[in-house]
Write a protein that binds this ligand. Structure first.
Ligand SMILES: [Zn+2]
Length: 275
């Protein structure tokens, strides 16, 4: 499932191939991925160029040269591939956008593409929390906002309100890095634990972006980076495997109806303070 690091990795890589090049082809293999007719969709994009690539949470936003936006929301099985010439993607594409000799292929049965005005885009995101990497989200801001929340750590991290872009994988990895159980109630966390949680959140997401995230589909033919964070995951979907920090086996627990992975030896009710 693409989360913030996967989409940010895509955003950083794609610019070199798709910015400032007129869109010359639109291909749609799944009409449900758009909310206008295929003809309207193609007419709105063909001839346009992209000025800027933005990410909000787990959404990729293309800034068109006429001021409008194209929003791409990848589904759980979503992925992107940027092919050169006749290169084909390693998946069945739902949609494709041609930029001269490059074609961007979009996978995922539930992935959607939406043409939006700037105001329409703001409406879509009005309930999304701030991006963890904006200047707004300082340690002080994070701790203050966390104090206003109630509920399990896992649900708070994936809720998209405190900060946007975190899903199940990185929520579990962040909880592990902070030494906190995914089930702890955020209203019970002390100042030390809240501060440690902020550090864990920022460092895990930054490391995952730099390592190429966890999607196991290459972004282009010579790609050796995408998916590079997968072997670095410490707990997510590692049930029964030994924790890399000790001898305990990673376990799975239910948190508000969702499964969360954790190490019973390394994660606590409060971040342990080592002297
Ligand atoms: Zn452990």
């Amino acid at each position: 499932m693409p989360e913030l690091p996967e989409i940010e990795h895509y955003r950083r890589q794609l610019g070199q191939w798709i910015l400032d090049r007129p869109i010359d082809r639109i291909g749609l293999n799944n009409a449900r991925s758009i909310d206008v007719t295929p003809e309207e969709f193609a007419a709105a994009l063909e001839g346009r160029s992209l000025l800027f690539l933005e990410r909000r949470g787990t959404f990729l936003i293309f800034h068109l040269d006429n001021g409008h936006r194209l929003l791409i929301a990848l589904s759980k099985d979503g992925a992107l591939y940027c092919g050169e010439g006749e290169e084909q993607p390693p998946f069945d594409a739902q949609a494709e956008i041609g930029f001269g000799d490059r074609t961007l292929y979009i996978a995922g049965r539930g992935s959607v593409l939406r043409l939006l005005t700037v105001r329409g885009l703001d409406d879509v995101f009005k309930s999304l929390g701030p991006d963890p990497f904006t200047r707004l989200v300082t340690p002080e801001y994070f701790v203050t906002q966390l104090k206003k929340r109630r509920g399990a750590l896992r649900s708070t991290l994936t809720g998209q309100k405190l900060v946007g872009g975190i899903g199940p994988r990185y929520a579990d990895e962040i909880a592990f890095a902070a030494g906190l159980l995914p089930s702890v109630k955020v209203q019970d966390l002390n100042g030390e634990s809240a501060a440690r949680l902020y550090e864990a959140l920022e460092s895990v997401l930054a490391a995952a972006i730099d390592a190429g995230g966890c999607i196991q589909v290459p972004l282009h033919a010579d790609d050796t980076v995408t998916g590079g964070y997968l072997p670095q995951c410490r707990v997510y979907e590692r049930e029964g495997q030994p924790c890399t920090d000790g001898g305990a086996l990673v376990e799975k627990m239910d948190v508000s109806g969702k499964k969360a992975y954790y190490c019973p030896q390394c994660q606590y009710e409060q971040t342990p303070v080592f002297s």
